[in-house]
Write a new protein. Structure first.
Length: 257
């Protein structure tokens, strides 16, 4: 969204047991996670440890989830992705698609960069069809990742993310971690930013608004333009008629002389 990026990591506790080979979604949606866990979000005391910057097309950088008090927190499933936007993706998925003045309402649709060293951590690329069903476009197979089996991971836990070749500007990192199966605590980890060594990303032209009000305004604008064009054409015809009449009157007057 705009010039910024966000990395979002979604851990679904219920997924680890009901779907042991991976999360069923490609975006973070707090209400859906809560429904799956049968428990509202709570705090596991988790924070992010991030490098200050990344280089477009450069080496992979570490994204680490850790406990604020330095303890080891266990968790079982994970979904991770990097998206354009300066707002946590869970904030956007909570907004209905098509909401006026919220371009990324319903969640950010592009997942960029690539995660590495997945097999060693029992992770895998998310199934393409899962992301496609949510209108998500991945730069590569491993732009969105999930667990390949129930994890026995503990914090600090680090995943490596390779930046996209094109400058994406600053990125925002988002995570949600679960401690186990259904009815166990889970937490959306507070976001942090990583700056691009290349500075801000090039501005992307805004797409035309598609809300009902915008469509109505566009239709009205086109109708007004058509009316204006018609009036202009009519005026030209009228002026031509007046000129021809004046010319004919002058000719008739000269003939009488």
């Amino acid at each position: 969204m705009h010039l910024l990026q966000s990395i979002a990591v979604l851990t679904l506790a219920a997924t680890s047991f009901a779907l042991p080979n991976g999360a069923p979604r490609c975006k973070i949606t707090e209400s859906i996670i809560a429904a799956g866990h049968k428990l509202q979000q709570g705090s596991l005391g988790l924070v992010m440890q991030l490098p200050a910057s990344y280089t477009p097309g450069g080496a992979a950088i570490p994204i680490t989830v850790a406990a604020a008090n330095g303890s080891a927190v266990s968790f079982a499933g994970v979904l991770a992705y990097v998206t354009p936007g300066n707002i946590m993706d869970s904030s956007l998925t909570a907004v209905p698609i098509g909401t006026p003045n919220v371009p990324s309402a319903g969640g950010i649709m592009q997942h960029v960069g690539t995660f590495a060293n997945l097999a060693a951590q029992n992770l895998r690329p998310q199934t393409a069809a899962v992301c496609t069903s949510q209108n998500v476009t991945n730069d590569a197979d491993a732009s969105t990742i999930t667990h390949s089996q129930p994890l026995t991971a503990q914090t600090p836990f680090t995943v490596m993310w390779t930046p996209p070749a094109a400058n994406a500007g600053p990125v925002t990192v988002n995570m949600v971690i679960s401690s186990g199966s259904s009815r166990t605590p889970w937490q959306i980890v507070p976001s942090g930013q990583i700056q691009s060594t290349a500075g801000a990303a090039p501005a992307v032209p805004a797409a035309p608004a598609t809300t009902p009000a915008a469509k109505k305004n566009n239709k009205k604008t086109k109708k007004n333009k058509a009316k204006k064009a018609a009036k202009g054409a009519a005026a030209k015809v009228l002026n031509a008629v007046k000129a021809a009449a004046a010319k004919a009157a002058k000719k008739a007057k000269n003939t009488k002389k």
